[in-house]
Ligand binder design. Structure first.
Ligand code: CO
Length: 211
């Protein structure tokens, strides 16, 4: 076994002991159920761990992660997580968290092919096309990259608001707010992009469902 592999098993034992030292019922209590107030939709990138960034504990954040924190409305995985979070767990907040330096976003800005993932990246290219005039005038490539990361988060928050799951919850009077964040890999800080949706009137006309 590799040293890393042995280390993570050992780390687990130490972690259990440290939790039990503070509260001997820690795992017993957690095993009885969860009612997290937050659903986190983030990037799969290993440097963007939802709980660590937000200083939250087990039981506080329901998590969905994929490449470039996308909300694709035909993605059964995302829809299932969203449905469970909204309708069963009754989360009060959903945060879409992107991050500067995102490899998925970078890939969508150029013409390189990476195999099957190209088909996932295409969704991000659609976001570029939607904002190409705003993006193409930015000459500095890094600045354009950062802007694209932010625009993609805003787009994903709006795509979340367009889902029937979220709109039905609002119609039922559920307290649910959507937010968009960007995480700085080199600072550790998140920036709240101030794209908050809490009713379907925040959406463009054509997306407002009469439900
Ligand atoms: Co990423």
């Amino acid at each position: 076994m590799s040293d890393f592999y042995k280390k993570i098993i050992d780390n687990n034992k130490k972690w259990v002991e440290s939790k039990l030292a503070i509260d001997k019922n820690y795992f017993k209590d957690l095993s009885e159920g969860q009612s997290p107030p937050l659903l986190w939709i983030g990037c799969s990138d290993s440097r963007v761990p939802a709980n660590e960034i937000t200083g939250t504990q087990s039981g506080e954040v329901f998590v969905h992660r994929n490449i470039a924190n996308m909300v694709i409305h035909s993605d059964m995985n995302m829809l299932s997580v969203l449905d469970y979070a909204v309708n069963v767990l009754k989360v009060k907040h959903i945060i879409v968290c992107g991050h500067y330096g995102c490899g998925g976003i970078k890939a969508a800005m150029n013409n390189n092919s990476f195999g099957i993932i190209d088909n996932w990246i295409r969704h991000i290219k659609d976001v570029y096309r939607l904002h190409k005039f705003e993006l193409n005038v930015i000459e500095d490539e890094n600045e354009r990259f950062n802007k694209f990361v932010e625009l993609n988060v805003k787009e994903q928050v709006s795509d979340l608001a367009k889902t029937s799951i979220v709109q039905v919850a609002w119609r039922n009077g559920q307290d649910l707010t959507l937010h968009g964040w960007v995480y700085g890999l080199n600072s550790g800080y998140v920036t709240d992009l101030d794209v908050n949706y809490s009713c379907n009137k925040d959406l463009s006309d054509v997306y407002q469902l009469n439900i």
